[in-house]
Ligand binder design. Sequence first.
Ligand SMILES: [Mg+2]
Length: 344
Amino acid sequence: MKTGDSGEFGLISRIAAQVHSHQGVITGIGDDAAVTVLTPDMQLLTSTDMLMEDIHFRRRWHDPYRLGRKSLAVSISDLAAMGAIPRWALLSLAIPADLPPNFITECTHGFLAMAEEYSVTLIGGDTCASRSGLVISVTIMGEQRPELILRRSGARPGDDIWVSGTLGDAALGLKLLDFGFDSAQPRDSAGHTGRSLSGAEGAVSRLLDPTPRVTAGLALAASGLVTSMIDISDGILADFGHIAELSGVGGCLHLDDLPVSDCFRSIASAFNDFPHDLPLSGGEDYELCFTASPGDREKIIGLMKKCGNQATAVGIVSRQPEVTVVRADGSSYTPLSKGFNHLI
Ligand SMILES: [Mg+2]
C-alpha cells in the first residue's frame, strides 16, 4: 500500500499523533478497540456513511482537505438531525495506488479540523488498498438524553414543515462544476475567476464543504417543540418524504416559499433555462427539515435566530399519505425530479 514510506502503520500513527481527545475517551487509537464513556443518563446514537470516488465525489473537483472535512460533516449532520451531541468517530480508507502521496495527509487534516470544530474525537478506523478509486467510510457516535432524541416518525397532521438555512445551493454548485466552473482557478485583482459568476464560489463551497447544523439541531431538541426531524441530503422533497413515510402522514410543500440564498437567486436569474426546482429536489444542502405545531411559529423563528440560523415554514403536514407540491397561486406542481442522485 502506497501511503508513504512507512505504509499502513506509519499512516495510522501519523494520524493518531494529530488527534485531540475530547470528552469520554478512555482509550483511543492504538489498541484493539476504543474505550469510551457515555455521560450518565444519555443514550448512544450511531450512524455510518460511505463516500465513494465518482459516485459521491470527483477528485478533479474536490480538493483533499475539503473532502476530508465533508466526509465527517455529512456524518455529523445525521446526528444533528436526531438532536444529538456528536462525540466520537471512526475513519476507514480504501486507498487506490494512483493517489498522490499527500492526498491522504491533506484529507486527514481536513477531517481532523472538522472534528476539532465539533469536539469530535477520532477513536479508530482501518486502511486498506483499493483497486477502484478512493473510498472513505466514516462512523459517527453521539449521545443525548432519551427524551430529547428527535426521530423521523413524530410528524402530526396540521404541523408546519420547516427548513433551516437556504436550499439548492449545493445542487447549483454541482451544476456549476459540471458546467466547467473551476473553484481552484486563480483570481484577478478584483477577485474574479476566468468564468466570472457572482456567488458561484459560495454555491460550490456549499457542495464541497458543507456545514452540519449541530447548534440548531441541539436547540430544537432541547425546545421540546419539534415533532420530527431529518437532515436534507437528497432534497427536501425526498427527505420530507422519509418523515411522511415513517410518521404515516403526507404533506404539501409550497414551492415558492422554499428559501434560497442571494447567490442562488442571482445565478438563477442569469439563465433562461435554469432548473428552478433545485431547492426542491437538489441534494447535499445538509440543512434540517422538521415539523412543529403551527402554534409554535414565533418560538421556532426566535430559537433559530438565536442559533445564528433562520427557519422558514415551507408546507403543512396532511393526513393523506402523499406528498404534493403547490405554487403560490395554489396550482399543483409536478417536480422535474423526485430527488438527488449524487453524481450518478
Ligand atoms: Mg440523514
